[in-house]
Design a protein around this ligand. Sequence first.
Ligand code: NAP
Length: 507
Amino acid sequence: MARALFEEDPGLNDRRRSRLCLVLNGATLAQDIELLDRYRDKVDLVEVRADFLTPEELSALDRFPSFFDRPAILTVRRVCDGGSFRGSEAERSALYRRASGGDWAAVDLETDFTDRELASEFGRRGVRIIRSFHDFSGVPSDLVERVRQVAPGELPKAAVMPRTTAEVFRFLAACFRLRHREKIILAMGDFAVATRIVSAKIGSAISYCSLPAELGRIDPEIMYSVYRFPAITRRTRLFGVIGNPIAHSFSPFIHNKGFRDLDVDAVYVPFLVDDVAAFFRIARLLGVEGFSVTLPHKSAVIPHLKEADALCRSVGACNTVVRRGRSFYGYNTDVGGFLSPLRNYFPEKRFSSLRASVIGAGGAARAAAYALASAGAKLLILNRTPQKAAVLAAEFGAESGPLGTEGFQKMEDFADLIVQTTKMGMDPDIEGDPLVGYEFKGTEIVYDLVYTPRLTRLLQRALEKGCKVINGEEMFMAQAHEQFRLFTGLESTFKNSFIADFNQSVS
Ligand code: NAP
């Protein structure tokens, strides 16, 4: 009898978890073994992708499962389904037949695979039949029906490609309609990354991971260590961050670490979002309890909230949303996060005598200008596009100017504190410096909101002249700490050194 695909029956209850399957996409058995060796403790299953193997290796394909101490799925994927197999269907059948003597737990055969006798042959050996279909063009309108058409006893597998947030919603709605059917259901591509992590919540028996992490799959190490994939069930509380782009956000690393440290059954996932209204529908459907908001959605979320707090309304930006019942409430933790590291340098009373320059006139500049002006500081706002600086300055009774000699002359009189809020200097633009030509005197406190790298070109120059410097990490950690409190009611364990620790651990 073949090895069971699932060591114990996952069932369909709320405590069911999804199994993590490592796609073995090596060209040789040795490469596949090496890949599994790297991630052995992190994955439940392996999928041998025979379509990536060299012809020489294929002759021994039936022996492959005996080299893996995990249940193995056999797959020979055609080019049209995203694989590399270029032979005829007869050749594909022959390859499956040659491998059929192996100790496979399951074999993945597409719904349009016509060799029915082959499926029976595997079935007689106790090998589970996964009956799959792929759609790389979107989310088909008959997704539910196609899954239901798969014969009872076979495990349906649907892989589709949502290209927008609205399509992710349609995909999730289909998953919920299929919640009483055992199945593998997955979405591919950048919009789908979150659904791969919470596959237990959408009722998929398996989630796939691979190296390289492509098609929305995630690196197995990150799945295990950051998202604690094996602990996620339908009951796990769900939080996240929305933005566009979102792939490089640090927030999942920070909030998930917070949950782990405090032993909270919750997960925080990144949602690539191109349509805020569609995301609110997803949040209701999936039961998202709270989410962070980053570029470019900080203003766009406000009309969808039942209530936005006074800070959101004053700054015109919301970076934290919390759900209570069916309604969503907005908060702004950027302003408090911005002020947090400054309190060490300027006790409350000294803010009123402060003369500060804000570089930039975007969303972060707005939060900084609001925070400083509310605390009584006198401001100068400089921006590449001086008109935008003038508009912002008018709101806060500040002066304004262009980036360059004329603006730098004005800065002489607003140099107790210099706050850099543009993207210049942010990885990968690490040589970027918006104040080229400005000579630091050494008395300024220089605060750069960029947090990757920790020491920007601007901060390096300021340090060399003896200035005190603050980097964006402190603001980032402070605003995240406050978000965590709003999400969970708990004090986080975040440390300011977290990003540095993280950088070290992945370098
Ligand atoms: P934004 O709204 O897009 O504003 C971008 C600003 O950067 C504008 O003033 C823009 O000038 C300026 N800019 C862009 N490219 C420039 C260039 N090549 N030369 C000169 N100026 C340039 O973005 P944002 O939300 O304000 O975010 C800006 C930065 O703050 C990002 O690096 C972000 O990571 C950081 N941030 C950090 C935290 C934290 O917690 N540490 C929080 C929020 C934001 P124009 O008006 O002329 O286009």
